[in-house]
Design a protein around this ligand. Structure first.
Ligand code: OGA
Ligand code: MN
Length: 219
């Protein structure tokens, strides 16, 4: 089951639906999460960053294990710096903070921050099936992807394939989600395998993770 909250951006749909969906199925799709103006500004920004070569190839793993593996993922990214956000990024960040606060209030998730990057999948790029949680770490708790692509058609590829059965994982049933403008996808990072099928035109998004403190971290 996918829960849809089409009018969330106007504030007329209770945000509490988000928490219910995460507590139940563990994922949800919000088609019109981002308002037109913010989405357009972010799209202009990332298009310019890409043209100016400011994005860089995304890595897999972390710390010393970090490496570029284009046979696993071919997107180009730019991490957002919360201390230096552009106006458009600030609008996105504020909206995400509302989601974080709500999830903490309703589900006591203890999410303490957000990390996010802009991403571009050039034609031909993909991201093989994976979980967002790094091995040995439970910090990434909720994955949140916002798409910036206008008039995306099935022929454009770049589908997010979300494997919806937590036990069967990537051998189980899946939901194919098109990366259409303004759409938000939320899911529990440790529970859901997912992949990005090859894009046939440039595919832009903002990928974020709400994190909780790792169990071993000093207070
Ligand atoms: C990721 C990811 C999915 C998407 O960056 O970890 O899975 O649809 N992205 O962009
Ligand atoms: Mn992922």
């Amino acid at each position: 089951m996918v829960l849809m909250y089409p009018d969330l951006s106007t504030g007329s749909t209770p945000l509490s639906g988000l928490a219910e969906a995460l507590a139940g199925p563990g994922y949800l799709v919000v088609p019109d999460f981002l308002d037109e103006e913010t989405g357009r500004a972010l799209l202009d920004e990332i298009t310019a960053f890409r043209e100016n070569g400011i994005l860089h190839e995304a890595a897999v793993g972390r710390g010393q294990e970090k490496q570029i593996r284009s046979e696993i993922r071919g997107d180009e990214v730019l991490w957002l710096d919360p201390a230096n956000l552009t106006e458009a990024q600030r609008a996105y960040w504020t909206r995400m903070e509302a989601v974080r606060t709500l999830l903490n209030q309703e589900l006591f998730l203890g999410l303490f921050d957000l990390e996010a990057h802009l991403a571009c999948y050039p034609p031909g790029a993909f991201y093989k099936a994976h979980l967002d949680c790094h091995r040995g770490s439970s910090e990434r708790t909720v994955s949140a992807i916002v798409y910036l692509n206008r008039d995306w058609t099935p022929e454009d590829g770049g589908i997010l394939r979300l494997y919806t059965d937590r036990i069967a994982g990537k051998d189980g049933p899946f939901l194919d989600i098109t990366p259409g403008f303004g759409k938000l996808v939320l899911f529990l990072s440790a529970d859901f395998w997912h992949e990005v099928l090859p894009a046939r035109r440039e595919r832009f998004s903002l990928t974020g993770w709400f994190r909780k403190r790792s169990e071993n971290a000093p207070l």
